[in-house]
Design a protein around this ligand. Structure first.
Ligand code: PRP
Length: 181
């Protein structure tokens, strides 16, 4: 049913599986003795984080923050709101922030600075999608699934007005879906 609104698939379910395996392996190797906190930024992180953590073969702790920047539209607002804060201390810990997408980079920048300020030893970023053409702050995620062009994408956590997060792939919406509103 959701497929009918999709113009093209950008990252298939099979590709996402491979990405999670590849990044899970690298993270395992780099963090095996560090017991990192893997922090998901809700809500977009949910599908990718769920898959990625099962590919990490060392001890990790999970944490979540609910952070929002888009407020329902198709462009990042630049106004980052922390709607739910982390409920575990990061002081003296290694932290890996998990994202579905890094676009302008504002969300991650704000959260990285906050976690460093709170005393994290290291803060790195793993993201399923990287959209470097959208960047307005200097930020290079350490672990990138795939680099995508400057297109508005949905699926695998990414929404349009809260819909399409549950698509098993990342795709581009047909323009009429948001132009007929
Ligand atoms: C999206 C996405 C990232 C952020 C990326 O979240 O999940 O957190 O925007 O954009 P940026 O690099 O331009 O800051 P959103 O604010 O839409 O909240 P959501 O995860 O609940 O969809």
């Amino acid at each position: 049913m959701l497929d009918k609104d999709i113009e093209k698939i950008l990252v298939s379910a099979e590709e996402i599986d491979e990405i999670a395996k590849r990044l899970g392996k690298i993270i395992t190797e780099e963090y095996k003795d560090k017991f990192p906190i893997v922090i998901g930024l809700l809500k977009g992180c949910v599908p990718f984080m769920g898959k990625l953590i099962t590919e990490i073969d060392c001890h990790i702790e999970l944490g979540f923050m609910d952070v929002s920047s888009y407020h329902g539209g198709i462009q990042s607002s630049g106004d980052i709101k922390i709607k739910k804060d982390l409920n575990i201390p990061v002081k003296g810990r290694h932290v890996i922030i998990t994202e579905d997408i890094v676009d302008t980079g504002r969300t991650i920048k704000v959260i990285m600075d906050l976690l460093k300020y709170r005393g994290a030893i290291s803060v790195s970023v793993v993201t399923l999608l990287d959209k470097p053409e959208g960047r307005v702050v200097v930020l290079d995620p350490e672990y990138i699934g795939v680099t995508i062009p400057k297109e508005f994408v949905v699926g695998y956590g990414l929404d349009y007005e809260e819909k399409y997060r549950n698509l098993p792939y990342v795709g581009v919406l047909k323009p009429e879906v948001y132009s007929t509103k």
